[in-house]
Design a binder for this molecule. Structure first.
Ligand code: ADP
Ligand code: MG
Length: 242
C-alpha cells in the first residue's frame, strides 16, 4: 500500500525549473532516502508532500488525500505528516515538556495532562526524560534535534519527513540522532529522509532516490543503488561522498 505517491510533479520559480516531472512513492513502513547535490530540489520535493511548497502540475496523494485539492485541510494533513528540518525549530521560550505538548493540545485537542504524559513517554524514548524542564537553548544541537523528533512523534504521524536532520550538527552528535531514526525505522515508521548519511541509508533504507537538477535521476532498491547506480551522475555523486 502506498502511503505517499508523487505523480509527475513539476514546479518552477519564475523561469527556473526546480522540480521536473518527478514521480515516486513511499509504501507503508518503507524508508526512502533522498540524496543528490546541493540545489537539486531535494528540500523542495519533500516540502511538497505536506503542502509547504505548492506545485504547478502533477498530483501528490498522502494516505488517500490529494494534497493540492482545494478541499484538503492542510493544517490537519501537516499534523499527520511529521517533518523534521535541518534546524531544530523548537519554540525557544517554552521548556521541552511544553514544546512537546503545544501542538497536541492546539491541533489534536488533547487535554494538557494527556499531552504532557505522551510527551514524557516520547522524551523517554529519545533518551531525554531528564531534560523535560529545560529550555531548548540549554540543550546541545543533537539533543534539540531528538526533541524535535519526539515532538513530531507526539502527533501520532502516519509518516515522517526528514530534511537533512543531521547536517547542522557537530560530528559527535550525528549518531545520537541517527540512532533514534534507525530505531524509528525498525519500528515500522513510514519515512522519507533527505540525507547524505549513507551509513544510515545502508542500514535502514528500502530505496534510494538520487536527484539532480530537479529530476529524479535514479530511484532504486538500496542494494542496487549501492551495488552500482545506473546513471553516471549518481556514480559520480557517490564517489565523492563515500
Ligand atoms: P536542495 O535541497 O537539493 O539543496 P532546494 O530544493 O533547496 O535544493 O532548491 C533547489 C533550487 O531551487 C535551488 O537552486 C534554490 O536556489 C532554488 N530555490 C529554492 N527555493 C526558492 C525560492 N523560494 N525562490 C527561488 N528559488 C528557490
Ligand atoms: Mg535542501
Amino acid at each position: 500500500m502506498s502511503m505517499i505517491t508523487l505523480r509527475d510533479i513539476s514546479k518552477t520559480y519564475g523561469d527556473f525549473q526546480v522540480l521536473s516531472h518527478c514521480s515516486t512513492w513511499v509504501s507503508k513502513g518503507e524508508v526512502v532516502v533522498v540524496c543528490g547535490p546541493s540545489g537539486s530540489g531535494k528540500s523542495t520535493l519533500i516540502k511538497t508532500i505536506n503542502g509547504l511548497e505548492p506545485i504547478d502540475s502533477g498530483d501528490i496523494i498522502v494516505d488517500g488525500t490529494t494534497v493540492s485539492a482545494p478541499t484538503t485541510n492542510l493544517p490537519l494533513l501537516r499534523s499527520r505528516v511529521g517533518m523534521v528540518f535541518q534546524h531544530f525549530e523548537l519554540f525557544p521560550h517554552l521548556n521541552i515538556r511544553e514544546n512537546l505538548a503545544l501542538a497536541q493540545v492546539k491541533v489534536l485537542k488533547r487535554s494538557k495532562d494527556a499531552a504532557m504524559e505522551k510527551g514524557m513517554a516520547l522524551l523517554d524514548r529519545v533518551g531525554l526524560a531528564a531534560h523535560a524542564e529545560k529550555f531548548p537553548g540549554q540543550l546541545s544541537g543533537g539533543q534539540q534535534q531528538r526533541v524535535a523528533i519526539a515532538r513530531a512523534l507526539a502527533m501520532d504521524p502516519i509518516a515522517m519527513l526528514f530534511d537533512e536532520p543531521t547536517s547542522a550538527l557537530d560530528p559527535e552528535m550525528i549518531n545520537e540522532v541517527l540512532d533514534v531514526m534507525v530505531e524509528l525505522a525498525r519500528d515500522g515508521m513510514t519515512m522519507m529522509v533527505v540525507t547524505h548519511e549513507m551509513g544510515f541509508a545502508r542500514k535502514v533504507a528500502n530505496r534510494v532516490i538520487f536527484m539532480d537538477r530537479g529530476e529524479i535521476v535514479e530511484d532504486a532498491d538500496k542494494d542496487d543503488f549501492f551495488g552500482k547506480p545506473r546513471s553516471e551522475r549518481a556514480q559520480q555523486f557517490l564517489s565523492k561522498i563515500l
